[in-house]
Design a protein around this ligand. Structure first.
Ligand SMILES: Cc1ncc(COP(=O)(O)O)c(C=O)c1O
Length: 385
Protein backbone atom coordinates (compact mmCIF):
# COMPACT_ATOMS: atom_id res chain seq x y z
CA UNK A 1 0.00 0.00 0.00
CA UNK A 2 2.88 2.38 0.67
CA UNK A 3 5.14 3.72 -2.09
CA UNK A 4 8.40 1.90 -2.24
CA UNK A 5 10.48 4.63 -0.60
CA UNK A 6 12.01 2.80 2.35
CA UNK A 7 13.36 -0.70 2.94
CA UNK A 8 11.71 -1.24 6.29
CA UNK A 9 12.25 -4.23 8.55
CA UNK A 10 9.33 -6.52 9.21
CA UNK A 11 8.37 -5.04 12.58
CA UNK A 12 5.58 -2.79 13.77
CA UNK A 13 6.06 -0.48 16.71
CA UNK A 14 3.18 0.40 18.97
CA UNK A 15 4.43 2.68 21.73
CA UNK A 16 7.48 4.38 23.19
CA UNK A 17 8.74 5.89 26.43
CA UNK A 18 12.07 7.70 26.72
CA UNK A 19 14.68 5.61 24.90
CA UNK A 20 12.46 2.53 24.82
CA UNK A 21 10.11 1.29 22.11
CA UNK A 22 7.60 -1.55 22.15
CA UNK A 23 6.34 -3.70 19.28
CA UNK A 24 2.98 -5.41 18.84
CA UNK A 25 4.09 -8.37 20.96
CA UNK A 26 5.22 -5.93 23.64
CA UNK A 27 8.90 -6.72 23.03
CA UNK A 28 11.13 -3.91 24.30
CA UNK A 29 13.72 -2.16 22.11
CA UNK A 30 16.47 0.35 22.81
CA UNK A 31 16.02 3.22 20.36
CA UNK A 32 19.32 4.86 19.40
CA UNK A 33 17.85 6.49 16.31
CA UNK A 34 15.44 8.88 18.06
CA UNK A 35 13.40 9.26 14.88
CA UNK A 36 16.63 10.36 13.10
CA UNK A 37 17.65 12.98 15.66
CA UNK A 38 14.09 14.20 16.16
CA UNK A 39 13.00 12.95 19.58
CA UNK A 40 15.26 15.30 21.49
CA UNK A 41 13.43 14.49 24.74
CA UNK A 42 12.78 10.82 24.01
CA UNK A 43 9.47 9.21 23.20
CA UNK A 44 6.30 10.67 24.68
CA UNK A 45 7.96 13.06 27.13
CA UNK A 46 5.33 13.96 29.76
CA UNK A 47 5.64 17.73 29.21
CA UNK A 48 5.20 17.32 25.44
CA UNK A 49 2.19 15.08 26.02
CA UNK A 50 0.74 17.65 28.42
CA UNK A 51 1.16 20.47 25.89
CA UNK A 52 -0.33 18.38 23.09
CA UNK A 53 -3.40 17.64 25.19
CA UNK A 54 -3.80 21.23 26.34
CA UNK A 55 -3.15 22.89 22.99
CA UNK A 56 -5.40 20.50 21.08
CA UNK A 57 -8.31 21.70 23.21
CA UNK A 58 -7.41 25.37 22.68
CA UNK A 59 -6.28 26.06 19.10
CA UNK A 60 -4.72 23.78 16.50
CA UNK A 61 -4.47 25.58 13.17
CA UNK A 62 -5.24 28.99 11.78
CA UNK A 63 -2.96 29.40 8.71
CA UNK A 64 -0.43 32.21 8.44
CA UNK A 65 -3.05 34.77 7.50
CA UNK A 66 -3.33 35.61 11.22
CA UNK A 67 -1.12 35.92 14.29
CA UNK A 68 -1.20 33.40 17.13
CA UNK A 69 0.39 33.80 20.54
CA UNK A 70 2.01 30.37 20.19
CA UNK A 71 3.87 31.32 17.00
CA UNK A 72 4.91 34.74 18.33
CA UNK A 73 6.17 33.22 21.58
CA UNK A 74 8.20 30.51 19.86
CA UNK A 75 9.64 33.08 17.43
CA UNK A 76 10.63 35.35 20.31
CA UNK A 77 12.28 32.51 22.18
CA UNK A 78 14.24 31.24 19.17
CA UNK A 79 15.36 34.66 18.01
CA UNK A 80 16.37 35.40 21.62
CA UNK A 81 18.62 32.34 21.62
CA UNK A 82 20.24 33.33 18.33
CA UNK A 83 22.39 36.13 16.93
CA UNK A 84 19.66 36.74 14.37
CA UNK A 85 16.58 38.86 13.93
CA UNK A 86 13.68 37.09 12.28
CA UNK A 87 12.29 33.63 11.68
CA UNK A 88 10.20 31.85 9.07
CA UNK A 89 8.40 28.68 10.18
CA UNK A 90 7.68 25.69 7.97
CA UNK A 91 7.08 21.98 8.48
CA UNK A 92 10.29 20.09 7.77
CA UNK A 93 13.99 20.31 7.15
CA UNK A 94 13.80 20.33 3.40
CA UNK A 95 11.27 23.17 3.53
CA UNK A 96 13.62 25.18 5.74
CA UNK A 97 16.31 24.72 3.09
CA UNK A 98 13.88 25.71 0.31
CA UNK A 99 13.06 28.91 2.19
CA UNK A 100 16.76 29.68 2.66
CA UNK A 101 17.46 29.10 -1.05
CA UNK A 102 14.64 31.43 -2.06
CA UNK A 103 15.89 34.09 0.34
CA UNK A 104 19.36 33.69 -1.16
CA UNK A 105 18.03 34.15 -4.70
CA UNK A 106 16.05 37.23 -3.73
CA UNK A 107 19.05 38.64 -1.88
CA UNK A 108 21.17 38.19 -5.00
CA UNK A 109 18.52 39.84 -7.15
CA UNK A 110 17.88 42.92 -5.05
CA UNK A 111 21.09 43.40 -3.08
CA UNK A 112 23.90 41.82 -5.06
CA UNK A 113 23.56 42.89 -8.68
CA UNK A 114 21.52 39.85 -9.70
CA UNK A 115 24.06 37.24 -8.62
CA UNK A 116 22.24 33.93 -8.40
CA UNK A 117 24.67 31.03 -7.97
CA UNK A 118 24.39 28.92 -4.83
CA UNK A 119 27.46 26.98 -3.75
CA UNK A 120 27.10 23.70 -1.88
CA UNK A 121 29.47 21.05 -0.60
CA UNK A 122 30.37 17.62 -1.87
CA UNK A 123 28.69 14.84 0.17
CA UNK A 124 26.22 17.27 1.73
CA UNK A 125 22.61 16.36 2.45
CA UNK A 126 19.97 19.09 2.52
CA UNK A 127 16.72 17.29 1.75
CA UNK A 128 14.60 15.69 -0.93
CA UNK A 129 12.61 18.49 -2.57
CA UNK A 130 13.97 19.71 -5.90
CA UNK A 131 15.74 22.81 -4.54
CA UNK A 132 17.27 21.06 -1.55
CA UNK A 133 18.18 18.09 -3.75
CA UNK A 134 19.93 20.42 -6.19
CA UNK A 135 22.34 21.47 -3.42
CA UNK A 136 22.77 17.94 -2.06
CA UNK A 137 26.22 16.80 -3.15
CA UNK A 138 25.52 13.10 -3.46
CA UNK A 139 24.81 11.60 -6.91
CA UNK A 140 22.87 8.66 -5.40
CA UNK A 141 20.12 11.07 -4.32
CA UNK A 142 20.25 13.26 -7.41
CA UNK A 143 20.76 11.04 -10.45
CA UNK A 144 17.20 9.77 -10.99
CA UNK A 145 15.76 13.28 -10.79
CA UNK A 146 17.81 15.31 -13.22
CA UNK A 147 17.53 17.97 -14.52
CA UNK A 148 17.85 19.65 -11.13
CA UNK A 149 17.44 23.39 -10.64
CA UNK A 150 20.18 25.44 -12.28
CA UNK A 151 22.48 28.04 -10.78
CA UNK A 152 24.13 25.76 -8.25
CA UNK A 153 27.72 24.55 -8.07
CA UNK A 154 29.43 21.96 -5.92
CA UNK A 155 32.60 22.69 -3.92
CA UNK A 156 35.02 20.39 -2.15
CA UNK A 157 34.20 20.28 1.59
CA UNK A 158 36.94 21.89 3.70
CA UNK A 159 38.78 23.16 0.60
CA UNK A 160 38.74 26.95 0.67
CA UNK A 161 40.67 27.37 -2.57
CA UNK A 162 38.00 25.46 -4.44
CA UNK A 163 35.33 27.78 -2.98
CA UNK A 164 37.36 30.90 -3.81
CA UNK A 165 37.57 29.81 -7.46
CA UNK A 166 33.78 29.50 -7.62
CA UNK A 167 32.82 32.77 -5.88
CA UNK A 168 32.12 34.95 -8.95
CA UNK A 169 28.34 35.16 -9.46
CA UNK A 170 27.59 33.57 -6.08
CA UNK A 171 24.74 34.85 -3.89
CA UNK A 172 24.98 32.20 -1.12
CA UNK A 173 26.90 29.27 0.27
CA UNK A 174 25.06 26.46 2.04
CA UNK A 175 26.87 24.07 4.36
CA UNK A 176 26.26 21.63 7.21
CA UNK A 177 28.80 22.50 9.94
CA UNK A 178 28.88 18.77 10.53
CA UNK A 179 27.81 16.59 7.63
CA UNK A 180 25.33 14.13 9.14
CA UNK A 181 24.27 11.81 6.34
CA UNK A 182 27.80 11.79 4.92
CA UNK A 183 29.10 10.15 8.11
CA UNK A 184 29.45 12.83 10.79
CA UNK A 185 32.24 14.77 9.14
CA UNK A 186 33.06 18.09 10.78
CA UNK A 187 33.86 21.25 8.88
CA UNK A 188 37.21 22.72 9.87
CA UNK A 189 36.76 25.83 11.99
CA UNK A 190 39.26 27.67 9.79
CA UNK A 191 37.27 26.66 6.70
CA UNK A 192 34.03 28.03 8.19
CA UNK A 193 35.77 31.24 9.27
CA UNK A 194 37.11 31.70 5.75
CA UNK A 195 33.63 31.07 4.31
CA UNK A 196 32.34 33.81 6.58
CA UNK A 197 35.05 36.18 5.34
CA UNK A 198 34.35 35.27 1.72
CA UNK A 199 30.61 35.87 2.13
CA UNK A 200 31.31 39.30 3.63
CA UNK A 201 33.84 40.19 0.96
CA UNK A 202 31.68 39.02 -1.97
CA UNK A 203 28.36 40.28 -0.58
CA UNK A 204 26.65 36.94 -0.33
CA UNK A 205 24.86 34.92 2.34
CA UNK A 206 26.26 32.13 4.47
CA UNK A 207 23.64 29.46 5.24
CA UNK A 208 24.21 26.80 7.90
CA UNK A 209 22.02 23.73 7.68
CA UNK A 210 21.66 22.75 11.35
CA UNK A 211 18.70 20.50 10.74
CA UNK A 212 20.50 17.46 12.14
CA UNK A 213 23.23 19.00 14.30
CA UNK A 214 21.26 21.92 15.79
CA UNK A 215 18.81 22.44 18.67
CA UNK A 216 21.32 21.26 21.23
CA UNK A 217 22.55 18.08 19.60
CA UNK A 218 26.04 19.52 19.17
CA UNK A 219 26.23 20.62 22.81
CA UNK A 220 25.19 24.25 22.27
CA UNK A 221 21.75 25.38 21.14
CA UNK A 222 23.06 26.31 17.70
CA UNK A 223 25.89 24.23 16.30
CA UNK A 224 27.44 27.45 14.98
CA UNK A 225 28.27 28.43 18.58
CA UNK A 226 30.65 25.45 18.75
CA UNK A 227 32.46 26.67 15.65
CA UNK A 228 32.49 30.37 16.55
CA UNK A 229 31.15 31.41 13.16
CA UNK A 230 27.79 33.16 12.82
CA UNK A 231 26.01 32.45 9.53
CA UNK A 232 23.41 34.78 7.98
CA UNK A 233 20.78 32.07 8.03
CA UNK A 234 20.27 28.87 10.00
CA UNK A 235 17.98 26.07 8.84
CA UNK A 236 16.40 24.11 11.67
CA UNK A 237 13.89 21.26 12.01
CA UNK A 238 14.10 17.74 13.52
CA UNK A 239 14.72 18.21 17.28
CA UNK A 240 12.83 21.50 17.42
CA UNK A 241 9.43 19.81 17.57
CA UNK A 242 10.42 16.80 19.66
CA UNK A 243 8.44 14.65 17.19
CA UNK A 244 5.84 17.14 15.95
CA UNK A 245 6.70 18.35 12.41
CA UNK A 246 8.20 21.84 12.40
CA UNK A 247 11.01 23.55 10.54
CA UNK A 248 12.39 27.06 10.57
CA UNK A 249 14.89 29.34 8.97
CA UNK A 250 16.28 32.08 11.14
CA UNK A 251 17.77 35.14 9.42
CA UNK A 252 19.84 38.16 10.33
CA UNK A 253 19.11 41.72 9.17
CA UNK A 254 21.17 41.22 6.01
CA UNK A 255 19.08 38.21 4.96
CA UNK A 256 15.74 39.73 5.95
CA UNK A 257 14.57 40.32 2.37
CA UNK A 258 11.21 38.57 2.12
CA UNK A 259 8.07 40.65 1.68
CA UNK A 260 4.42 39.52 1.58
CA UNK A 261 3.74 37.24 -1.36
CA UNK A 262 7.36 36.04 -1.73
CA UNK A 263 7.04 32.86 0.25
CA UNK A 264 4.55 31.07 2.47
CA UNK A 265 3.06 27.88 3.83
CA UNK A 266 -0.43 26.88 4.92
CA UNK A 267 0.60 24.72 7.85
CA UNK A 268 4.05 26.03 8.79
CA UNK A 269 4.34 27.25 12.37
CA UNK A 270 0.74 26.63 13.31
CA UNK A 271 -0.40 27.07 16.90
CA UNK A 272 -0.17 23.38 17.67
CA UNK A 273 3.38 22.85 16.37
CA UNK A 274 4.62 26.09 17.94
CA UNK A 275 3.13 25.29 21.34
CA UNK A 276 5.00 21.98 21.29
CA UNK A 277 8.17 23.70 20.03
CA UNK A 278 7.98 26.11 22.94
CA UNK A 279 7.65 23.25 25.40
CA UNK A 280 10.65 21.54 23.80
CA UNK A 281 12.71 24.72 24.29
CA UNK A 282 11.53 25.11 27.87
CA UNK A 283 12.71 21.59 28.60
CA UNK A 284 15.95 21.76 26.62
CA UNK A 285 17.04 25.31 27.39
CA UNK A 286 15.28 26.59 30.52
CA UNK A 287 15.77 23.30 32.37
CA UNK A 288 19.42 23.21 31.23
CA UNK A 289 19.32 19.89 29.41
CA UNK A 290 21.54 21.28 26.64
CA UNK A 291 24.07 22.55 29.20
CA UNK A 292 24.70 18.92 30.12
CA UNK A 293 25.01 17.57 26.57
CA UNK A 294 28.81 18.02 26.40
CA UNK A 295 29.28 16.05 29.62
CA UNK A 296 26.94 13.28 28.46
CA UNK A 297 28.72 13.23 25.11
CA UNK A 298 32.09 12.89 26.81
CA UNK A 299 30.84 9.86 28.74
CA UNK A 300 29.23 8.32 25.66
CA UNK A 301 32.38 8.88 23.62
CA UNK A 302 34.49 7.26 26.33
CA UNK A 303 32.25 4.20 26.28
CA UNK A 304 32.29 4.00 22.50
CA UNK A 305 36.10 4.26 22.57
CA UNK A 306 36.11 1.25 24.91
CA UNK A 307 34.19 -0.67 22.26
CA UNK A 308 36.68 0.46 19.64
CA UNK A 309 39.54 -0.93 21.72
CA UNK A 310 37.73 -4.25 22.01
CA UNK A 311 36.53 -4.86 18.46
CA UNK A 312 38.96 -4.66 15.60
CA UNK A 313 36.25 -3.96 13.03
CA UNK A 314 35.59 -0.55 14.68
CA UNK A 315 37.90 1.94 13.00
CA UNK A 316 36.94 5.20 14.64
CA UNK A 317 34.56 6.95 17.02
CA UNK A 318 33.59 10.35 15.68
CA UNK A 319 31.02 13.08 16.08
CA UNK A 320 30.07 16.08 18.12
CA UNK A 321 27.84 16.24 21.19
CA UNK A 322 25.16 13.57 21.10
CA UNK A 323 25.58 13.16 17.36
CA UNK A 324 28.10 10.36 17.72
CA UNK A 325 29.13 7.68 15.30
CA UNK A 326 31.04 4.43 15.13
CA UNK A 327 32.92 3.92 11.87
CA UNK A 328 33.30 0.25 10.90
CA UNK A 329 35.80 -1.16 8.45
CA UNK A 330 32.88 -2.48 6.40
CA UNK A 331 29.37 -1.50 5.33
CA UNK A 332 27.39 -1.33 8.61
CA UNK A 333 24.10 -2.70 7.22
CA UNK A 334 24.75 -6.25 8.50
CA UNK A 335 25.56 -4.91 11.95
CA UNK A 336 22.44 -2.72 11.97
CA UNK A 337 20.37 -5.78 11.01
CA UNK A 338 22.02 -7.81 13.77
CA UNK A 339 21.29 -5.01 16.26
CA UNK A 340 17.62 -4.97 15.35
CA UNK A 341 17.43 -8.75 15.75
CA UNK A 342 18.73 -8.04 19.24
CA UNK A 343 16.18 -5.29 19.90
CA UNK A 344 18.31 -2.22 19.26
CA UNK A 345 17.49 0.43 16.66
CA UNK A 346 20.45 2.00 14.88
CA UNK A 347 20.77 4.07 11.73
CA UNK A 348 23.74 4.22 9.38
CA UNK A 349 25.34 7.13 7.58
CA UNK A 350 27.90 7.42 4.80
CA UNK A 351 31.53 6.36 5.18
CA UNK A 352 30.53 3.11 7.00
CA UNK A 353 29.31 5.00 10.06
CA UNK A 354 26.60 3.91 12.50
CA UNK A 355 24.98 6.89 14.18
CA UNK A 356 24.29 6.83 17.92
CA UNK A 357 21.59 9.44 18.55
CA UNK A 358 20.15 9.17 22.05
CA UNK A 359 17.70 11.78 23.30
CA UNK A 360 19.46 14.86 24.70
CA UNK A 361 18.11 14.15 28.19
CA UNK A 362 19.82 10.74 28.30
CA UNK A 363 20.94 9.80 31.82
CA UNK A 364 24.39 8.47 32.77
CA UNK A 365 22.98 5.04 33.62
CA UNK A 366 21.30 4.94 30.21
CA UNK A 367 24.67 5.63 28.58
CA UNK A 368 26.06 2.70 30.54
CA UNK A 369 23.14 0.63 29.24
CA UNK A 370 23.94 1.72 25.65
CA UNK A 371 27.51 0.53 26.16
CA UNK A 372 26.53 -2.84 27.66
CA UNK A 373 23.92 -3.53 24.99
CA UNK A 374 26.17 -2.50 22.08
CA UNK A 375 29.02 -4.58 23.48
CA UNK A 376 26.79 -7.65 23.56
CA UNK A 377 25.71 -7.06 19.97
CA UNK A 378 29.29 -6.52 18.80
CA UNK A 379 30.25 -9.80 20.51
CA UNK A 380 27.39 -11.62 18.74
CA UNK A 381 28.28 -9.98 15.45
CA UNK A 382 31.90 -11.05 15.88
CA UNK A 383 30.77 -14.59 16.60
CA UNK A 384 28.70 -14.66 13.43
CA UNK A 385 31.63 -13.59 11.24
C1 LIG B 1 21.34 18.20 7.41
C2 LIG B 1 19.96 17.88 6.92
N1 LIG B 1 19.33 18.77 6.14
C3 LIG B 1 18.09 18.54 5.70
C4 LIG B 1 17.41 17.38 6.00
C5 LIG B 1 16.02 17.16 5.49
O1 LIG B 1 15.11 17.22 6.54
P1 LIG B 1 13.64 16.60 6.38
O2 LIG B 1 13.79 15.13 6.24
O3 LIG B 1 12.92 17.03 7.62
O4 LIG B 1 13.06 17.23 5.15
C6 LIG B 1 18.04 16.42 6.81
C7 LIG B 1 17.38 15.15 7.12
O5 LIG B 1 17.97 14.17 7.47
C8 LIG B 1 19.35 16.68 7.27
O6 LIG B 1 20.00 15.80 8.05
Amino acid sequence: MLTNTYNRPDKVFISGKGMKLYDEKNNEYLDLVSGIAVNSLGHCHPEIVKTIKKQSEKLIHLSNLYHTTEQSELAKKLVGLSDHDKIFFCNSGTEAVEAALKIARKYGKIKAYGKNKILYMKNSFHGRTMGALSVTGQPKYQNEFKPLIGGTEQCEFNNINDVIKKMPGTCAIIIEPIQGEAGLIKADIIFLKKLRELCDKWNCLLIFDEIQCGVGRSGSFFAYEKFGVIPDMVCMAKGLGGGIPIGAVIVNKKADVLTPGDHGTTFGGNAFACAVGKTVLEELVDKEVIDKVDKKAELLKKKLELLKNEFEFIEEVRGIGLLQGIKLNENPSDFIRCALENNVLLVGAGDNVIRILPPLNVEDDEIEEIYIVLKKIFEKFKGEK
